[in-house]
Design a protein around this ligand. Structure first.
Ligand code: PGA
Length: 252
């Protein structure tokens, strides 16, 4: 099965490198065809990157969405506008939005709903903080985040990617605790079970894809891809460097 390799460029000024980045990927058509490669540039670059990748198998994701359909919401971007700019995926509920910007489970549920309604694919992010993990609350936190995210999902829908991203494992989280390969493998098995018991039964299991995110890089990618419960990776820091990102794709 094709693996997902998703680059999350976050709020970095990737303008100067994006053109070069895409032109290097353009020469890797064969490699790209073997996997599902998704780039998530900042909103202001969505349309440009979408135009530049035409003809090669790369998809575009937005990093967030506003749940309303349209209207007087200064500064926000709705799903239909993201789609017009060329996005086919939307990252929802990233821990930086949950913890730095106060995004709630309720808002995330609305975002999942609006994204599916617009026929875009959500990349729903869930994960526990280090404190929650130390208190052995990981399962409970994941269950809460997942159950509420699917609150408005009523009918059988298109595919959804669910990314397990332990907040403390994200390279820029400031945590001194590093995740090990064994922890990734074990956590993903637990995560899969929690997803299966939390997501409504109307959602066909074949439509759910399991993603891992948190300090994935060109050195550990091969091992991570070898874990049976992982369908793909969400890459932050290492995706900003095309050489590292290319090696991650090759590792898949
Ligand atoms: P990282 O970020 O790869 O830099 O740990 C992952 C993410 O925040 O999605």
């Amino acid at each position: 099965m094709k693996k997902y390799i998703i680059a999350n460029w976050k709020m970095n000024d990737t303008h100067p490198t994006a053109v070069q980045y895409v032109s290097i990927l353009k020469n890797k058509k064969k490699l790209l065809k073997k996997e599902n490669v998704v780039l998530s540039p900042p909103h202001t670059m969505l349309a440009d990157v979408a135009r530049d990748i035409k003809g090669i198998s790369i998809s575009i994701s937005a990093q967030d969405v506003f749940p309303e359909k349209e209207g007087a919401y200064t500064g926000e971007i709705c799903a239909s506008l993201l789609k017009k700019a060329g996005a086919t995926y939307v990252i929802i509920g990233h821990s930086e939005r949950r913890h730095k910007l106060g995004e709630t489970d309720a808002e995330i549920a609305e975002k999942v709903h609006t994204t599916l309604n617009e026929k875009l694919t959500p990349i729903l992010c869930v994960g526990e903080t280090l404190n929650e993990r130390n208190l052995k609350k990981t399962r409970a936190v994941l269950k809460r985040q997942l159950t509420s995210a699917f609150k408005y999902v009523k009918a059988k829908r298109r595919k959804i990617l669910i990314a397990y991203e332990p907040v403390w494992a994200i390279s820029t989280s400031g945590s001194s605790r590093k995740i090990t390969l064994t922890e990734i493998d074990e956590s993903m098995k637990v995560f899969k079970k929690v997803v299966e018991s939390s997501v409504p039964k109307i959602y066909k299991s074949s439509k759910i894809h399991y993603i891992y995110g948190g300090s994935v890089n060109e050195k550990n990618a091969k091992n991570i891809f070898s874990f049976s419960s992982i369908d793909g990776v969400l890459v932050g820091g290492a995706s900003l460097d095309i050489k590292k990102f290319q090696r991650i794709i090759e590792a898949a």
